[in-house]
Write a protein that binds this ligand. Sequence first.
Ligand code: RRO
Length: 314
Amino acid sequence: MFSPKKILSFLLDTVPITNASGPKCTYYEELKELEKACIGAIVTKTMTKLPREGNPKPRLKERLDFHPDCSINSMGLPNPGVDYYVDILNKLKKPVIASVGSVTDLNEYFEIINKLQSIESVKAFEVNVSCPNIEKKALALIPEKLGELLNTLDDMKVKYLLKIPPFNFDLEFFERIANIVADSNCLGVSAINSLPNCMDIDLKSLTKVIKPRKGYGGFGGGCLLYLALAEVNRWYSFFKEHGVDKIVIGVGGITKPEAALKHFLAGASAVQIGTWYIQEGIAVFEKVWNFITNWLKEKGFSKVEEIIGIVKDL
Ligand code: RRO
């Protein structure tokens, strides 16, 4: 039987926590630092076929004034290109989930994956179909194209997750996308990417807080928790109701350990941390894992698996 749990055992049976693709996971030194973190796998920055400088700076506001555990970014996919990763990923002593993106067409995904497929440390791909900060519409919002992408990845026999955006704006559209995902061989979804097209204002300078794309960027951090929990729960429930053997990785709003616990209860099999990791470094992963393992013990559970998706309706 198709069993994503088995395939991702390097993550789900060890520490079901990783960094989120994006912050501080682009260069070798950053990935080396993550090797020391309390995580079951290292996720890379989303890579493209060719190196990219990304959008003009300032393009990241790490702490928003009213909500200091929240961030806005419009990085624009800065990365050194796939060939850089071909050279370095095998030097890492933890399993790697390689995040792949495209700024051209579907072929770009396939070319990147072809180059990385034989690298021993790369255990799975996280296919980013939800970058909020490039001109092109996110693939997750174009059902026909998404279907085409997944068909080809299935033909290539790739082990992959899909990094997806929130779908709260249209639950019928969610069902349409979820059916396409359910029909594919993907291992599951990483829900969610940052919330697109958000903006903040600096009250001293009276300017927007980031420069690219008229100051609109992806919103992440603490306040995203409530949207992320609903998205995780909706994907989890969809897979469960349809008898589909896929997992949800929860990402969004984890800026304290209790938020990670909520993600597991909502249906996440593992969690990722982005904004909090930018702000406080690798210590955050151990804080979360210590809290989760103590909480499980206190409540009489023997492993995380027992609490996945157990939240009850009122
Ligand atoms: O690089 C970015 O601007 C970026 C990406 Br690819 C993404 O997937 N999510 C995000 O918030 N920023």
